[in-house]
Ligand binder design. Structure first.
Ligand code: ASP
Length: 314
């Protein structure tokens, strides 16, 4: 895979070699992210931070990463910003962002929206979530965290828990992990099982996928427990939302000590609602705040590679 001038729209673009390149560079970003080393390599560059759908972490992380490297940005601080209110098309807005910016991060509720933006903008675009579609940078930072915490992912059993139907981070991570020899356990209420298309894709590529509703049974065997919230904003039927809510999962410190392998790590793309009790936070296995820190490193590395600055950052 070629990073330079490329858009990052899906995890399908990646191979193991490109991931190694990205992660090696991300590790070198630690000092700059902590401001122990000052770096202005992106001075004069402008990031277009276009969030048409709510975001906290991804937006802050994408913007912080760019600014840590000395870049500037323009953003949509309000999802109802002017062009949307006036009825401008996504393509026209993207075209304009392409005039002002050198690289664009976009989140939008429609599947495929990032691809549209990339076509219209003519500048590299990073998909920061296209509705229930994909969220490639989240999957990259998730994988980076697994590698940093465990040293390797090979042979690991990964349990993904919760709203697997609508959770785009699950869709991206499940696909990305196909590059490695993992086993999958999907734990979810019936109404929000993983999309059959993804399950077929994984199985078709020779991966073992177990689907269950049983939380305890599922997480006992896992090396990675990837919790997710109910994506309530994607439900059109309140009755269905209630059914899913009633049968939802909650991981507590007691569960972790009684059920999980001592070496298992607990992940979550955040925000959490109730699915991880706060008493889990103090456990060594809790990796979700490390995921947030790692997100900045991975995004910094990605900007450098896309903008061709990877050899010039010190
Ligand atoms: N922050 C993640 C996302 O944007 C996960 C979530 O919202 O549940 O997909």
């Amino acid at each position: 895979m070629e990073f330079h001038k490329s858009s990052i729209l899906s995890v399908r673009q990646f191979d193991r070699e490109s991931i190694e390149t990205l992660f090696a560079l991300a590790r070198r970003m630690k000092k700059i992210a902590r401001r122990a080393v000052r770096c202005r390599v992106l001075e004069g560059y402008i990031l277009g931070s276009l969030f048409f759908e709510e975001s906290t972490r991804t937006r802050w992380s994408s913007e912080a990463a760019f600014q840590r490297l000395g870049g500037g940005m323009i953003n949509t601080t309000d999802v109802r910003f002017s062009s949307m209110v006036k009825g401008e098309s996504l393509e026209d807005t993207a075209r304009m962002a392409g005039i002002f910016c050198d690289i664009i991060v976009v989140r939008h509720k429609e599947v495929g929206s990032a691809t549209k933006v990339a076509r219209a903008a003519g500048k590299p675009v990073i998909n920061a979530g296209d509705g229930p579609g994909e969220h490639p940078t989240q999957a990259l930072l998730d994988l980076f965290t697994i590698m940093e915490d465990r040293g390797s992912i090979k042979g690991a059993t990964v349990a993904m828990v919760g709203d697997l139907k609508h959770g785009r981070t699950v869709h991206s991570l499940a696909r990305l992990l196909m590059l490695y020899g993992v086993k999958y356990i999907f734990i979810s209420p019936d109404l929000v099982r993983a999309p059959p298309k993804i399950v077929r894709e994984l199985r078709g590529n020779g991966f073992a996928v177990k689907e269950t509703r049983d939380f305890e049974e599922g997480i006992r065997k896992a090396d990675v427990v990837y919790m997710t919230r109910i994506q309530q904003e994607r439900f059109t039927d309140p009755a269905q939302l209630k059914v899913v809510n009633d049968g939802y999962y909650r991981l507590t410190a007691r569960h972790v000590s009684r059920w999980c392998k001592p070496t298992a790590i607990i992940m979550h793309p955040l925000p959490r609602v109730n699915e991880i009790a706060t008493d889990v936070d103090r456990l060594r296995q809790a990796a979700y705040f490390r995921q947030v820190e790692n997100g900045v490193l991975v995004r910094m590395a990605l900007y450098l590679l896309i903008l061709g600055k990877e050899g010039k950052f010190v």
